[in-house]
Design a protein around this ligand. Sequence first.
Ligand SMILES: Cc1cc2nc3c(=O)[nH]c(=O)nc-3n(C[C@H](O)[C@H](O)[C@H](O)COP(=O)(O)OP(=O)(O)OC[C@H]3O[C@@H](n4cnc5c(N)ncnc54)[C@H](O)[C@@H]3O)c2cc1C
Length: 278
Amino acid sequence: MQVHTGKRLVSLTQDKQEISVRFEDGSTDSADLLIGCDGLHSAVRQQLVPGAKKRYAGYTCWRGITSSQPSNFPTTLATESWGRGDRFGIVPLSKNRIYWFACLNAPREQDPAMRQLGLPALKTRFASYHPPVLDVLERTPADALLWNDIVDLEPLSTYSWGRAVLVGDAAHATTPNMGQGACQALEGAAVLVAQLSRHPLAEALQAYNRLRLPRASGIVKKSWQLGKIAQASNPLGVWLRDHLLPLVPPSVNEKQLEGLLGIELPEISFPTSAEILT
Ligand SMILES: Cc1cc2nc3c(=O)[nH]c(=O)nc-3n(C[C@H](O)[C@H](O)[C@H](O)COP(=O)(O)OP(=O)(O)OC[C@H]3O[C@@H](n4cnc5c(N)ncnc54)[C@H](O)[C@@H]3O)c2cc1C
């Protein structure tokens, strides 16, 4: 098998025998199967389902990694704190660093006011939050910041069309509220490899759809709803959320987590890179 890097797919065509792709540099290639794993803005998906809808969630996200951590910082506890139309998440990392995210409601995508925020404005915005939020922001170097609007993909009804199949964000980009985007991409890849190693192509893709569609679509929907609750800004809604959610018994949350994490993935053995390249 040949691996080409640094190529950008622009179009594809397929018939009963093969699928062919054209790259931005004018080169072409063909194969039995095309796996479109080219992310939220997937060119493969645009060719196959031009009507697929990306949805702006109504909030944007600044992220960063600190270069140190406060003393007595609990290194095994990740937290997310909800305000009115904003929230702040803290996730301890190795080597005394902390990953954090700040989600803020914003009326439109690529909002210039949000783009400009940066660390000083984030510190002002989150000044009323509890410790160590400000401390975490203060320990973040300005060049360790990332900014992304939160956008998902309205669930599709299939992930495969003939000899083309979508995996990861290309198939089911989700809001990050359940921390599942990359996890679902990995699950999808594992399921696809297992089915391809067991069945002829058409059956393998059918099985992939059957196994992946309900799970990935369910996560996209739940995550969207969770985001609405976490980013609530209406005072009554926020009051109800803050007073009712603590009443939910831990067993309910545990059951939900079991459904999310207690999944049996197929056993697969990946070829080594040396095997791929021979
Ligand atoms: C704010 C935020 C927080 C997140 N938090 C989490 C989290 O806590 N946990 C989690 O699991 N996930 C999280 N995610 C989601 C996670 O980042 C994505 O789900 C994951 O990166 C998807 O992987 P992917 O390989 O499908 O797509 P991508 O990572 O987008 O990779 C797509 C690749 O395709 C390439 N490509 C694009 N177009 C073309 C083309 N035309 N031709 C060739 N190549 C192309 C790109 O260069 C890229 O390398 C978060 C996302 C955001 C925005």
